[in-house]
Design a protein. Structure first.
Length: 218
């Protein structure tokens, strides 16, 4: 099976957890499959809170109501992808640049279901460059601080987040303490958020594999 088919398999398996109300929807290629699947079960839920402008447009294209999180309140379910996931269901996210909104929607949701293909499962996080969203004026300062933590930050040029900020992708990390590093980077002045989802990781991981969708819990 192709990687795209594995992503679609995981997305289809996540439909089982859509049980009414307003749901949270993330960003990325695997989530695009999930949004397309949602179009087939529109009667099962009231609408969606989206973590990016791109996902919002795709939801609207399918006739799914996009709801502002401030008016939606607590969400029962959030479905999103990941760039890496470890055995404790701690994640690296933000390859698409939507990490801050993704983290907000995840925090506002009772259950976070992560969907991906099985290549995203790793023993140690960090092979995928760790995205850090920063206020533009703080880019150089934050980069120097990230070097002190052992990483090599690379400015994602010609990219601006939906919040009007910049992304530094930190290469060369081997993250043994994801929750500790998440707190450490978040405490750097000028950081909006870091793409480590460890303090609030996923509650369930659905991986598309050659032998079918596999479900993991931490």
């Amino acid at each position: 099976m192709t990687q795209d088919e594995l992503k679609k398999q995981a997305a289809e398996a996540a439909l089982a957890y859509v049980q009414g109300g307003i749901i949270g929807v993330g960003t990325g290629s695997t989530v695009n499959h999930f949004i397309d699947c949602l179009a087939e079960v529109k009667g099962r839920f009231e609408g969606a809170v989206s973590s990016s402008e791109a996902s919002s447009e795709r939801l609207k294209h399918h006739g799914i109501q996009v709801v502002d999180l401030n008016s939606a309140g607590q969400l029962s379910l959030y479905v999103d992808g990941a760039d890496e996931a470890n055995g404790r269901l701690q994640l690296i996210k933000g390859g698409g640049g939507a990490l801050t909104r993704e983290k907000i929607v995840a925090a506002a949701s009772e259950t976070f279901v992560c969907i991906a293909d099985d290549s995203k499962r790793v023993d140690v996080l960090g092979a995928f460059p760790l995205p850090v969203e920063v206020i533009p004026m703080a880019r150089s300062y934050v980069a120097r601080e990230l070097v002190k933590l052992g990483g090599t930050p690379v400015w994602r040029e010609h990219f601006v987040t939906d919040n009007g900020n910049l992304i530094l992708d930190v290469q060369g990390l081997e993250i043994q303490d994801p929750a500790g590093l998440e707190q450490q980077i978040n405490n750097i002045a000028g950081v909006v958020t870091v793409g480590l989802f460890a303090l609030r990781g996923a509650d369930m991981l659905i991986l598309g594999s050659a032998s079918g969708a596999k479900i993991y819990e931490p």
